[in-house]
Design a protein around this ligand. Structure first.
Ligand code: SF4
Length: 389
């Protein structure tokens, strides 16, 4: 593809990244892979597959593209769109078994919320390992013989990616404001108001690691954004048109509405993709049943936030950074002993079985309702029981 073509494809996929965009699942050859080349797996979100193909240029590998319904790996796995069934299906249907002499598959670490490694291994005979959390780290991972460094297990949200998110949100949000302002106050004020909102959206994403985006305190971020956007727009408008109460009121209202629109996604749940557990508004925390832990540390390998660590002396896992936990559920899903579970602030628990069934649904349609009676004392007893023999 030519450079302008690639840029247009990137722009299209970035602007529309909130919506599924699927590429064909199946087997792809990167470079000239032979029978001993590594086998990597990805979902079939077009943007991801394009980026993978680009970062792996110059290496030889097999890429298995599983059907994640055109959604990126993390959201698809969290929402139940990419599961071990999809991985098993592409392993069996792609013919990869005839192309390679080994049986070692590398999954993206962020698939761990939805793909149970044990089940893939048991049903296919392939050995399954976790690759790095971010695809940019894949070349280094391959170059050092398929070993993941600790830092590559941790999730990062670099500035360029935050700017991409701003690029996703700014046009949609400012377009609404521009139409309303244009119809009420004319083109110049519309341009000033929409421009101020866009500037604030980019500033919010740039400052994201330091701003609250979850819980009640997130409203400080959006209220602050609305105030700054209003002040910018009103100052510029007054310089051009002089003081005008109608302009001040409408620009203030447009900025506030724009920030409310922005808040829909950044809270991790939207009216479009409701997240049952998030929308309960009931805080829950990760709990380790130390009696059950056998120290296999599968949970440590998949945690993107360095919450869990192996305690060498006790030969079992410990929760070392509870406040860093984003409650993605990957550790709970992967633990072979069901030694991890979530407990709500009111004392009820979400057992591993329930978490595997519902997942931490950031984008999916898996809006499984968890009425109070399903969070029963039986589940609580099962989750807190000592290890099964
Ligand atoms: S400890 Fe928290 S952040 Fe880490 S995998 Fe488990 S739920 Fe996710």
């Amino acid at each position: 593809m030519t450079l302008p073509g690639r840029f247009l494809a990137w722009l299209r996929d970035t602007l529309l990244r909130m919506f599924p965009h699927a590429t064909r699942p199946g087997l792809r050859a990167i470079g000239r892979p032979g029978p001993n080349a590594p086998v990597l797996l990805s979902g079939n979100f077009t943007l991801t597959v394009d980026r993978l193909t680009r970062v792996l240029r110059g290496r030889d590998a097999w890429l298995l593209v599983a059907d994640s319904h055109g959604i990126n790996v993390w959201c698809a796995a969290g929402g139940g769109h990419l599961t071990h069934h999809d991985v098993i299906a592409v392993l069996r249907s792609s013919g990869i078994g005839e192309r390679v002499e080994h049986r070692h598959l590398w999954l993206p670490q962020l698939a761990a919320t939805g793909v149970e490694r044990r089940i893939v291994q048991e049903r296919t005979g392939w050995r399954v390992g976790w690759g790095p959390a971010r695809l940019e780290d894949l070349p280094a991972f391959l170059d050092r013989g398929q070993r993941v460094k600790h830092s590559e297990r941790l999730m990062r949200f670099p500035l360029w990616e935050r700017m991409e998110m701003a690029l996703l949100w700014a046009p949609a949000t400012t377009a609404i404001a521009a139409v309303v302002l244009w119809s009420l106050l004319g083109a110049t004020t519309a341009f000033i108001g929409a421009g101020s909102i866009a500037v604030v959206i980019f500033a919010i994403f740039a400052a994201l690691p330091r701003l609250p985006l979850w819980g009640g305190s997130r409203w400080f971020t959006y209220a602050g954004g609305a105030v700054v956007a209003s002040l910018l727009a009103i100052t510029a408008d007054m310089a051009l048109h002089g003081p005008n109460l109608l302009h001040i009121g409408v620009l203030g209202a447009a900025s506030t509405i724009a920030m409310l629109v922005l808040s829909l996604d950044l809270a991790g749940t939207t009216p479009l993709y409701p997240s049952t557990i998030n929308t309960r508004g009931n805080r829950f925390d990760l709990v380790l049943n130390a009696e059950r832990c056998t120290g296999v540390a599968d949970c440590v390998q998949v945690c993107p936030r360095d919450v869990l660590a192996m305690d060498g002396k006790l030969r079992r896992v410990r929760i070392q950074r509870p406040d860093a936990c984003i409650r993605c559920g990957a550790c709970v899903v992967q633990c072979p002993e069901d030694a991890l579970f979530f407990r709500f602030a009111d004392g009820r628990t979400l057992s591993p079985t329930q978490i595997r069934a519902t997942r931490m649904n950031m984008l999916g349609r898996r809006a499984v309702v968890l009425p109070a009676k399903t969070l029963s004392t039986e589940d609580q007893a099962a989750a807190e029981a000592p290890r099964r023999d």
